[in-house]
Ligand binder design. Structure first.
Ligand code: M6R
Length: 610
């Protein structure tokens, strides 16, 4: 989604800003722009499309400028064109914005009545004109910001350059994330630490309701009531190496390959594989009062939601408590039943998903204990939750989630062991059995990835299909949902995931010889039932692509095509292997179709608006 980057210092800033924006590209955007201050004059360039469209325009900016702001826009209000792109500028002020100003129409009417002419269709331009009006009345940018803020409703994280105060840039944080990075005689800010981590790892994450004045020498922060807030700088631990493709054609392929290493790291940190005893501190369990928990609620969006669906399969039998799994966007607007005895688990790779973040606040209001499962350490959800289980999967750049999904599954699985052991619903012998299998998991995952050549060949047979169905039962059912989501996200082929038993309740009407059906059929307790579902599809001439065990001859005979998935004697862990095969299938189908795999159309990596 929209990205912000800003700089003030002694270096020429155009390249710094452009590089920062390119590090935010993975978040998804459809236009971009940069504004710089040269003396007291503001220069702006903007372009529709990718940064490659903006690059030739950079020479129009004053080359020596040492302060500026940049933006990548993911269109919400108004088409993705140059006029609607940020920065918006007027009266020697330039402004970039992330979020949505909900009362913009009302404000626009008021400002139009006062004689303001709008160039764009955006809500952002309203904030610009409001600021310019208040600057005229109050004279200093700080006072103008303080006068503007109470008039805005919604989410508005802003970066502001003001020609008449060239020694400072201003930021406002409400809703969407903003981080300030401290350097020596220079300072940075961005909506995502990824944009600045190459320059500095000392960062202050602004809280909602804060305003910052950033100069070359330092940072001043106030809350929206004007009280001074002391910045709290922390060390970022994002390795910039993990934001490079390292020879892979796409970040998605690189991230698929990283999964065995991510698993090894997580296992080392989260469980003692010799004794089988989970590490309560790292899992976040030691900070929770588990004695009062009598139900669990898991909330997330998209892929994270599918991981939570699997979490229910892990947690319910292990902890013997009811586990409710919900989409954050639905949960936040109904009146959910929650109690002080609910363990609320929010799952989010980015930790910034607006709907999930809202449910965390909701759960805290109900007195629940909130555990976040996140991949970004200082993210909003991680900071809001009582305790966080950090996945530490490393930055995920591909918009289609792969390693974060499997890391979530492993986190939920280990959480089920840890909670089950604490609640005495699992014995030490249960843990030991699980640990024996967990030890072999990274190597099995490597084996699954080794199947990529065969999967690539198979993808070439199906890249022209118009529709796909994915089906699975038990722990393979959420995997079918995730497989379908992955395919539609990056190949733009319509795909649906179903529980095998549901097909005959409607979707079977879609089956004909043109319908590829991916059947995830490991050798688990559901196998016989899955075989019957496969027969039902075949009887209607559907084409079966089976994902199963190497030596499952029966399944091989039934299937039109076969994807070999390594076997592991635990249905919960098997799901983590099956999904790797589906990630590779989607990836190669998308590559054959020539789509933008890492930044699929219309999608954003982190959905910071509701
Ligand atoms: O950062 P989050 O895990 O909260 O993101 C949730 C979804 O937006 C995300 O999983 C989305 O569905 C991915 N593009 C899936 O590949």
């Amino acid at each position: 989604m929209c990205g912000i980057v800003g700089y003030i210092g002694k270096q020429k800033c155009i390249d710094i800003l452009f590089d920062g924006l390119s590090r935010l590209e993975y978040r998804g955007y459809d236009s971009a722009g940069i504004a710089v201050l040269d003396g007291a004059e503001i220069g702006v360039v903007k372009a529709e499309g990718k940064l490659s469209q903006l690059k030739p325009l950079l020479s129009e900016l004053p080359a020596g400028a040492t302060r500026g702001i940049g933006h990548t826009r993911w269109a919400t209000h108004g088409a993705p064109n140059t006029t609607n792109a940020h920065p918006h500028a007027h009266a020697n002020v330039a402004l970039v914005h992330n979020g949505i100003i909900e009362n913009y129409l009302e404000l626009k009417k008021q400002l139009t009545g006062e004689g303001v002419t709008f160039q764009s269709e955006t809500d952002t331009e309203v904030a610009l004109h409001l600021f310019v009006r208040e600057l005229g009345r109050h004279k200093t940018p700080f006072k103008a910001i303080m006068a503007m803020i109470p008039q805005l409703k919604g989410a508005f994280s802003l970066g502001i350059l003001v020609g008449n105060e060239p020694d400072a840039v201003y930021v406002v944080k409400q809703g969407s994330p903003l981080v300030i990075g401290a350097g020596r005689n220079e300072n940075f800010f961005a909506s995502d630490a990824m944009a600045i981590v190459r320059h500095t790892t000392r960062a202050h994450f602004l809280n909602d309701g804060e305003v910052g004045r950033i100069t070359e020498q330092g940072v001043e922060i106030w809350d929206f009531s004007g009280n001074v807030v002391a910045p709290h700088f922390v060390e970022l631990d994002i390795s910039s190496a993990s934001t490079e493709k390292l020879g892979f054609k796409h970040f998605m392929l690189k991230e698929i390959h990283e999964q065995p290493r991510v698993f090894s790291g997580m296992l080392k940190r989260l469980i003692d594989l010799d004794s089988g005893i989970p590490n309560d501190d790292e899992l976040g369990l030691s900070k929770l009062d588990l004695s009062r928990i009598d139900n669990i609620c898991m909330v997330a969006c998209g892929t994270a939601y599918y991981s939570a669906l699997l979490g229910k399969y892990y947690l319910e039998p292990a902890v013997q408590l009811p586990v409710n799994v919900e989409l954050a966007s639905e949960f936040r607007y109904r009146q959910p039943w929650l109690s002080k005895n609910t363990l609320f688990i929010a799952v989010s790779q980015s930790g910034e998903t607006a709907d999930t973040l809202a449910t965390v606040k909701q759960a805290k209001e109900h007195g629940c204990q909130v555990l976040a499962v996140c991949n970004v350490k200082m993210s909003s959800i991680a900071r809001e939750a009582n305790v966080t289980l950090h996945m530490d999967a490393g930055p995920e750049i591909g918009v289609a989630s792969t390693k974060a999904f499997t890391a979530m599954l492993l986190a939920h699985y280990l959480l089920s062991l840890g909670l089950g052991y604490k609640r005495k619903t699992l014995t030490i012998s249960d843990l030991k059995k699980a640990a024996v299998l967990l030890k072999t998991l990274p190597a099995r995952m490597d084996q699954a990835i080794d199947g990529k050549v065969a999967i690539e060949q198979l993808a070439a047979k199906y890249d022209e299909a118009a529709n796909f169905i994915f089906m699975g039962r038990g722990t393979s059912y959420p995997i079918a949902l995730e497989g379908a989501l992955k395919l539609k996200e990056i190949s733009y082929i319509h795909a649906e995931g179903y529980a095998g038993g549901e097909l005959k309740h409607g979707p079977i009407a879609l089956i004909d010889r043109h319908m590829p059906v991916v059947a995830i059929a490991p050798q688990d307790v559901y196998r016989e039932k899955m075989l019957s579902n496969i027969e039902e599809v075949k009887a209607r001439q559907g084409r079966i692509i089976a994902v199963g065990d190497q030596d499952d001859q029966h399944l091989r005979r039934l299937a039109d095509d076969f994807i070999v998935c390594p076997h592991i004697a635990d249905a919960g862990l098997q799901a983590m292997l099956s999904v790797v095969c589906l990630q590779l299938l989607s990836y190669y189908v998308a590559v054959k179709r020539g789509t933008d795999v890492d930044q699929p159309r219309n999608l954003a990596k982190s959905v910071t608006v509701e």
